[in-house]
Structures are given as C-alpha cells and as structure tokens.
Design a protein around this ligand. Structure first.
Ligand SMILES: [Mg+2]
Length: 380
C-alpha cells in the first residue's frame, strides 16, 4: 500500500470566533489517501494555517521541507520510520511546537489507515485493551462569579459525572477571587466529586505567573480538595513546576503544550508532575504518545491526554487510553461548537460519566467529508 495524497484542510465555524480558551471553534483536518482506496483522518489542535504551511511547503533542503514531501509515496505500515523521517526533515524549523503538532495529525491519519486496512481498532494494533469504558471528566470553562461557578459544577454532577474540570476563564482574576470560585464549586457538588482546576496563566496588573504566587494560590485551594491543578505556570517553566510540585501533596499536572518523549522526559524526570497530559494531536501522534506513556509508566506516572477539540482527538485519546495500563481519565470536552457536532456525527458520547472504547476499525469513528467541505476555509 502507498500513500498517494496528504491533505491539510483548515475548517472554521461560520459564526464569530471568540477570543476565549475554546479550540473547537476552528481546526485542521488531515486526510490521507492511499492507492488501495483506504482513507485515514487525523486532526491537529493548533493554528490551522500554520500547520497547513508546515505540511504543504516545498523542499528547501534535506532537513528543511514540508512534511507532505516525506509522506507521499510511503507505505503507511512503515509508520515509525515515517515518523523519524518527518522529524529529520523538519529539523531546521521544527522538532518542537508546531512542526511536531503537524506530524501528530499525519501520524493519527496513518494509524487510522492501518486499522482500516487490518479491520481492527487501533488499540488492538497497540497490543490490546486494558478497559472497555473510561471514566470521563466533564471539561468546561470556569465562569467569573461564585454563583455561576456553583451552577456550572452542579450542572455536570446532575448529568452523573463523577469528575469535572473547570479551567481558564474566571481564573484570570485575583487569588482571592479564584479561591471564591473553587469554594463555591466545591460546596455546590459536595465532597464526592473529583474536581480538577486548570488555573491557566494569564498575567494582569494584579496577577503574575511566578512560582511563589502559584504556591500561595495552590495552598489556598487545598482545603477544597482539588484532584489536580493544571497549568499553573508557563508550559516550559520546568524549574517552577519542580518547586511547585515539591510544595504540595496536590497533583500538579501539565503537558498539553509539550511535544515528544524528549519534552515529556523533563516533566517526568525533573518536575515529577502528578500525571502527564499529552494531547495526541500535538505531542507527536499515536506513535509518540505510546512512547511517552511507556516512559511515564516506568516512572509510576499516569497519562491523562489533553483532549479539547473535535471527535477525532477524542477517538485518538480513547485509543491510547484503552491500550495503556497507566491511564485514568478521559477529558470530555463539553464546550458545544458546530464543528464538534458536525465533523464526527457519531461522536462517542459520555453516558453517566463514562465513554465506551470504540471497537470499529481504525479510530473507530466516521468523519463527515460533507462537513469538512461545509466548514472548509482555505483562505482566511
Ligand atoms: Mg489545559
């Protein structure tokens, strides 16, 4: 089998794009076609047109070229060698950030092809599944007032979730206000609910993102028993993370902006974070997420993939979560956008707080080509 075409297709919702932390308002779909008629889909949760350039660019020289040149003509079963070749050929401009994110989308689409070619779900190609269903946490934005925070938390408890994550939004306010939000949310849902807080990093004239301030904030939140506190610091503030982890028994977690096993080695070895959160569409795809998971496992650390975009990332995350022993939760994006709805019409639901591991071939979902055409936005 040979790959004949790699398409990087930006999609964008028809309405206004709001400057909030909701990355499901636009996206980029990777569609790979083979000479046997099998089509695989991937996604990258990043800036769509940046990723498109990285994939479509012509050759500049050996270690500086668009990823499309590396992939077309290859046998998708050579996925590991293809990964290394992409890594080599983007070396001049990449090996971190956007180039690895673009590689991730291609790698996911390749795995979708492998599963479809063998008529097996990806988790089976990765060695079998450890679980049939996964406990989800409802992932929502943090409102700005205690009353709204209480209402939002209760809404998801009433839908039978046993875990919730509230992030960004209201956490851009002062330490005092952040504590009031968490207190209100905890008091609304009671002691049983596992509550994760993604406190984000938005500096203002009253808030600075330094480790001393964050240690104070985490200490102030401890009485409300956070299950984990996410992205308290800038993603690459490794020294800050190490100090914050050492200051508390609360899980300090991060990783959605980290790429490759080399990056995660820092978070695991040096920072000793509570769990790692690779985004499968950003960290290097399914190939790299499997390596990261193995490295985390030998260090007694769990993997909770970051997952906040369309049903494609959700399916890719479920494939990884199913196939590794050291998984614990699925992030279930409850932010409703047209793209999230329409791209994957048979989106895997969270029912009573659990998502079933897909059993159909490849990613286990149908991606709608009609929806891709409808939301496609080649020019911006
Ligand atoms: Mg986050």
């Amino acid at each position: 089998m040979k790959i004949t075409k790699v398409e990087a297709i930006p999609v964008r919702q028809k309405g206004e794009i709001k400057e909030i932390n909701d990355s499901a308002q636009d996206g980029i779909i990777i569609r790979i076609t083979t000479d046997e008629g099998i089509v695989g889909y991937g996604e990258v949760d990043s800036a769509p047109w940046v990723i498109k350039s990285i994939i479509d660019s012509p050759v500049s020289h050996r270690t500086c070229q668009g990823l499309c040149n590396v992939v077309v003509g290859r046998d998708p079963f050579d996925y590991k060698k293809i990964w290394d070749d992409m890594y080599l050929h983007c070396n001049f401009y990449g090996n971190h950030g956007a180039a690895i994110q673009a590689m991730s989308g291609i790698d996911i689409a390749i795995w979708d092809i492998l599963g479809k070619a063998l008529n097996k779900p990806i988790w089976q190609l990765l060695g079998g599944k450890y679980r049939d269903k996964v406990r989800c946490y409802a992932s929502v934005l943090m409102p700005y007032t205690p009353g709204e925070a209480a209402e939002e938390a209760l809404k998801w408890k009433d839908k039978n979730y046993t875990a919730i994550k509230m992030g960004w939004g209201g956490f851009e306010q002062t330490t005092c206000k952040c504590v009031e939000l968490v207190k209100a949310a905890r008091e609304a849902v009671g002691d049983e609910m596992d509550m994760l807080f993604d406190i984000g990093y938005i500096p203002s004239d009253q808030v600075t993102i330094d480790v001393a301030s964050r240690i104070q904030l985490v200490k102030a939140l401890e009485p409300y028993r956070p299950y984990a506190i996410e992205e308290a610091l800038w993603p690459h503030d490794y020294i800050g993370y190490k100090r914050l982890v050492e200051s508390t028994n609360t899980r300090i977690v991060c990783g959605e902006n980290e790429t490759t096993r080399f990056g995660f080695k820092q978070l695991i070895d040096y920072c000793k974070v509570g769990f790692v959160q690779p985004d499968i569409t950003r960290c290097g795809g399914i190939t790299e997420a499997s390596r990261i998971a193995t490295y985390a496992e030998v260090n007694s650390i769990n993997v909770v993939p970051h997952c906040w975009s369309s049903g494609i990332v959700e399916a890719a995350s479920l494939q990884i979560i199913a196939s590794i022993p050291n998984a614990e939760l699925l992030e279930y994006c409850e932010q409703d956008t047209p793209i999230r709805h329409d791209l994957v019409p048979d989106d895997i639901p969270a029912v009573d707080g659990y998502a079933e591991v897909p059993t159909k071939p490849g990613l286990g979902i149908e991606v709608s080509d009609d929806a891709i055409e409808f939301y496609r936005c080649d020019k911006y």
